[in-house]
Write a protein that binds this ligand. Structure first.
Ligand code: 13P
Length: 345
């Protein structure tokens, strides 16, 4: 198959209306923190069992088009002895892979960070592709303060995101481009908007310079939202309006799908915000989710590392995925949070 054909097939599936992406690519350090916070031992087998539980939840493939895996999971087998990428494909879900190697300090800035992992990336991608990965993810972060993000951090992260995306496309792998403006801090929604617009402009400028084909990327941005510690909380409608305003100013219509990260919002907030934006359609792009915490939180807390809780945990996950699927078409209502849902077994 030609590279373009591969990219076309993958993006077509990832941008299916009413479907989103499950981010299950927490590094071992991150998932260990999340497990230990609720008393789950972070053994290799517990991580495997938990991720198998997520992807085999009833009806998952109706709501989830792709799952981002961490490298460890790419090499693990399900309890049926099937490697995860193949097990996902058998379910009709595309396997993806986190390829960045995390954050380091950006020299000559005050505590700003840049993402590393470009060295050896082509070779790693070839290996991941041979193991079944069809798409990849790279996350850049921008912290908001009075002085940050600096122009240096904005430009450096944009350049690196674009280089990553170009390398992925050259190998027939769809890149998820993830610029995350962090929710931490006391900033207002206005300040978040003021920062998010130049961040996205720089990213799309760099993607253009690096000749990245916008038709074959997934943009994974943060929403424009008030800081977690801000005393004036923006309403759902304010978040939807500000986020759409910034996206319309910065993201060309050639981009097929925008899949938000949840970034520390509660599960209910992340769903309500996505729904409110889709209710304001038609929009130039598919607008959906690529959540980790907002999809997994209640499921993980129901499971608690115990097999006797697995069925209930899966039901919790399926319900969250269904509600986000509805939000991805603007058909969610808060009252549905209390509804019992019937799922295929
Ligand atoms: P959250 O939805 O928990 O922000 O995670 C998304 C993600 O993939 C972070 O890189």
């Amino acid at each position: 198959m030609t590279i373009i054909k591969e990219l076309e097939e993958t993006i077509h599936k990832l941008s299916a209306k009413g479907k989103g992406i499950l981010a299950a690519d927490e590094s071992t350090g991150t998932i260990t923190k999340r497990f230990e916070a609720i008393g789950i031992e972070s053994s290799e087998d517990n991580r495997r069992a938990y991720r198998e539980l997520l992807v085999t939840s009833p009806d998952a493939s109706k709501y989830i088009a792709g799952v981002i895996l961490f490298e460890e999971t790419l090499n693990q087998k399900t309890s049926q002895g099937i490697l995860f990428p193949q097990a996902l494909k058998n379910l009709g879900i595309l396997p993806g892979i986190k390829v960045d190697k995390g954050l380091i300090h950006l020299a000559n800035t005050k505590d700003e960070q840049v993402t590393q992992g470009l060295d050896g990336l082509p070779e790693r991608l070839a290996e991941y592709k041979a193991k079944g990965a069809c798409f990849a993810k790279w996350r850049a972060v921008y912290a908001i303060s009075d002085q940050t993000p600096s122009e240096l951090a904005i430009e450096t992260n944009a350049e690196i995101l674009a280089r990553y995306a170009a390398i992925c496309q050259a190998q027939g792998i769809v890149p998820i481009v993830e610029p995350e403006v962090l929710i931490d801090g006391t900033h207002t929604i206005q300040r978040c908007e003021e920062v998010s617009e130049p961040v996205l402009h720089a990213v799309f400028n760099a993607l253009y310079r690096h000749k990245v084909k916008l038709e074959y990327i997934v943009l994974k941005p943060s929403m424009v939202i008030s800081g977690k510690a801000c005393s004036q909380k923006a309403s759902v409608d304010e978040v939807a309006a500000a986020t759409l305003r910034v996206l319309k100013r910065t993201v060309p219509g050639a981009v097929p799908t925008i899949n938000f990260l949840s970034g520390g919002q509660s599960s209910e907030q992340a769903t309500a915000h996505l729904d409110a934006m889709n209710k304001q359609g038609p929009l130039p792009w598919n607008l959906s989710f690529s959540y980790a915490r907002a999809l997994q939180d209640s499921c993980m807390k129901t499971w608690l590392g115990q097999s006797k809780n697995a069925a209930a945990a899966q039901k919790t996950f399926s319900k969250r995925a269904l509600l986000n699927s509805l939000a991805a078409t603007g058909k969610y209502a808060e009252a549905m949070e209390k509804d019992e849902i019937s799922l295929a077994s």
